[in-house]
Design a protein around this ligand. Structure first.
Ligand SMILES: NC(=O)c1ccc[n+]([C@@H]2O[C@H](COP(=O)([O-])OP(=O)(O)OC[C@H]3O[C@@H](n4cnc5c(N)ncnc54)[C@H](O)[C@@H]3O)[C@@H](O)[C@H]2O)c1
Length: 253
């Protein structure tokens, strides 16, 4: 019979756990028994998620980390290892849309650099920081939140689409590098999911994204968290460097 708390004894870092997909993932992994440490910029929002998980009797704590700050990412990851003795799981759900509603030729390089700093360079810093502990332990599960925008490209979301495509390259390269190490590296490519990230997205862009989804609806954060809970489980042992689609039928390849 399967345990109700299959992740008991494991330590997970969930970056971006203060909102949306990261928050749903934090709540779910903690309820499955993992000790979850959330890295996020937004202390107030994250504290609510932590309080809720702790109120349900689960282990959950918070470190305020700006994922753009490589030193802070490394320092806080090292602290997690020092305090808890292991890092089994790392889910990176930090992300921003960057500017939307403007075509690439009018966007300017700064918009790309700013978006890449969070969505791509931050992701590399975090992945590198946890990898060394996972390789040492000969076990680990890393999940990066990419997007269908990275597989297909969303018009007028050039910086976002490009940063999410870059993440796919990262996951495919490092998944192969670590293939015999016991550490898996995978990505998820959701279509639109109902979270605050879309609050400031140009409505025309949101309408475009919805029109491409055969199921005709947004995804829910719980649906993403449920997929993540499988990818980070010991049972997901023969899949690495893969991009899991979660797109209501938009992507079927
Ligand atoms: N919601 C969607 O439609 C959708 C679709 C595809 C992919 N994604 C990806 O999923 C991930 C999660 O998205 P979401 O919709 O839950 O977003 P969200 O805005 O609800 O949450 C993002 C979290 O990241 C944190 N964050 C932002 N910048 C940060 C920084 N510099 N350092 C640390 N934390 C920072 C925010 O405080 C927030 O808690 C993102 O990578 C996003 O691109 C989302």
């Amino acid at each position: 019979m399967r345990s109700l708390r299959p992740l008991e004894g494991q330590v997970a870092i969930v970056a971006g756990g203060g909102s949306g997909i990261g928050a749903a993932t934090t709540t779910l992994l903690a309820s499955l028994g993992a000790e979850v440490v959330v890295f996020d910029l937004n202390a107030e929002a994250t504290q609510k998620i932590i309080n809720q998980a702790q109120g349900e009797g689960n282990k959950c704590s918070f470190k305020q980390v700006d994922i753009r700050d490589e030193d802070a990412v490394v320092r806080n990851t090292d602290e997690v290892f020092k305090q808890l003795g292991r890092i089994d799981i790392c889910v990176n759900a930090v992300g921003v849309t960057g500017p939307t509603g403007v075509p690439v030729h009018e966007m300017g390089l700064k918009a790309f650099r700013d978006t890449f700093d969070i969505n791509f360079f931050g992701a590399i810093a975090l992945q590198a920081a946890v990898s060394k502990y996972m390789i040492q332990a000969k076990y680990g599960r890393i999940v990066q939140l990419s997007s269908i925008a990275g597989k297909e490209g969303n018009p007028n979301m050039g910086p976002y689409s490009s940063s999410k495509a870059a993440l796919i390259g990262l996951v495919k390269a490092s998944g192969k590098e670590l293939a015999t190490s016991g550490v898996t590296v995978n990505a998820i490519a959701p279509a639109v999911v109902r979270t605050p990230i879309n609050d400031n997205t140009d409505p025309k862009v949101v309408a475009y994204m919805l029109s491409k989804i055969p199921m005709g609806r947004m995804g829910e954060t719980q649906e993403v968290a449920d997929l993540i809970s499988f990818i980070v489980s010991p049972e997901c042992s023969y899949i690495t460097g893969f991009v899991f689609d979660l797109s209501g039928g938009r992507a079927t390849y």
